[in-house]
Design a protein around this ligand. Structure first.
Ligand SMILES: C[S@@+](CC[C@H](N)C(=O)[O-])C[C@H]1O[C@@H](n2cnc3c(N)ncnc32)[C@H](O)[C@@H]1O
Length: 318
């Protein structure tokens, strides 16, 4: 009954966000809706693609610095992971942390999260794992556990999916969530040669294209819409001015799609902007995070400088 209620509420949010986004002059859809069960599995396939360097690079940084990173997190910490997905990278931390007080993976993709938490529980039977299905941009309850410190783990450069004012709001929320002296361990993708970036989002096997189009498949299924999914092309490119990869679904021809009782017109070549992935500069990010109550105190990166794992400490609030 409770699950059905939650599902109905989630469906209402999807409907209102889709109707609002497609009514804009420049059509947009929120990227969090990529992640139904199929989308989460497609994302996992993306992380294994030869062109997609971020996951491999971040895992390499985590392995190379596991001791120092775990020490930074401290003993008896309550680890809260935002956008946990398959909860793969956290294993590197869990293998080294000194007596974690608990692990709270948070994700909107409920089915996928519960399966990931069950797999993890089988491998870490001593660990108190409490999965929370929630949108981390909204208020959600973190289970109380006796701990020395709260640490938010936010890997995968998921923060890059938010426009700067939204990302800053999220950083403030995290500072508040962990409280003074608490930590944030953040994985961010760094600015680099646009060719490398564009290759990562335009893989030869077409998995990223399928991931992008799955948004329309989901809208058709969950909202009874009638998008001709194959009539929308996957387009991803680097916007230098904004330092971000943009993903779009571009209409191949003049067409219409109906969502419930609302019909939307598409011109040939018109796009639905589905995702941004901002690329960071560590010094700039440190200044922004500082203004949000988070002091950068450690930076770990790879030899090419492609990706960074950063540790911040929440500062006293004014
Ligand atoms: C880019 S993937 C990263 C997955 C994993 N953390 C990693 O590093 O590979 C983003 C993850 O965040 C989740 N997500 C995206 N927006 C979210 C939101 N607003 N609230 C909760 N989870 C969200 C997605 O379901 C997905 O699992």
């Amino acid at each position: 009954m409770m699950n059905a209620l939650i599902a109905t509420r989630a469906n209402k949010c999807l409907r209102s966000d889709v109707l609002a986004g497609l009514s804009l002059r420049r059509k947009r859809l929120p990227s969090k809706y990529f992640y139904d069960a199929v989308g989460s599995r497609l994302f996992d396939r993306i992380t294994d693609l030869p062109e997609y360097y971020p996951t491999r690079t971040e895992i390499g940084i985590m392995h190379a610095n596991a001791g120092a990173i775990s020490e930074r997190c401290g003993s008896r910490c309550l680890l809260i992971e935002l956008g946990a997905g398959s909860a793969t990278k956290v294993r590197i931390l869990l293998d080294r942390l000194d007596r974690a007080a608990g692990y709270v993976p948070v994700d909107v993709s409920g089915e996928h999260l519960r399966a990931a938490a069950a797999t993890l529980a089988a491998d870490y039977p001593y660990l108190d794992i409490v999965p929370v299905v929630a949108d981390f941009t909204t208020r959600f309850a973190v289970p109380e556990r006796p701990s020395r410190r709260r640490v938010v783990y936010f890997p995968g450069s998921t923060i890059g999916n938010f426009d700067p004012p939204e990302a800053d709001a999220l950083l403030r929320r995290i500072a508040h969530l962990v409280g003074e002296g608490g930590g944030l361990l953040l994985g961010v993708d760094l600015r680099k040669d646009p060719e490398v970036l564009e290759r990562a989002y335009n893989d030869a096997a077409g998995v990223t294209a399928a991931f992008n189009r799955n948004l329309l498949v989901r809208i058709n299924r969950e909202l009874g819409a009638d998008f001709d999914v194959q009539a929308f092309r996957h387009v991803a490119y680097y916007n230098r001015e904004e330092s971000r990869i943009e993903m779009h679904l571009v209409s191949d021809s003049e067409q219409q799609a109906t969502v419930g009782s609302t019909t939307f017109d598409f011109r040939a070549g018109e796009s639905i902007h589905t995702e941004n992935s901002y690329k960071y500069d560590v010094a700039e990010l440190a200044v922004r995070a500082g203004a949000c109550g988070l002091r950068l105190d450690d930076t770990w990166t790879d030899a090419r400088g492609y990706f960074a794992v950063l540790h911040f400490t929440a500062t006293p609030t004014a």
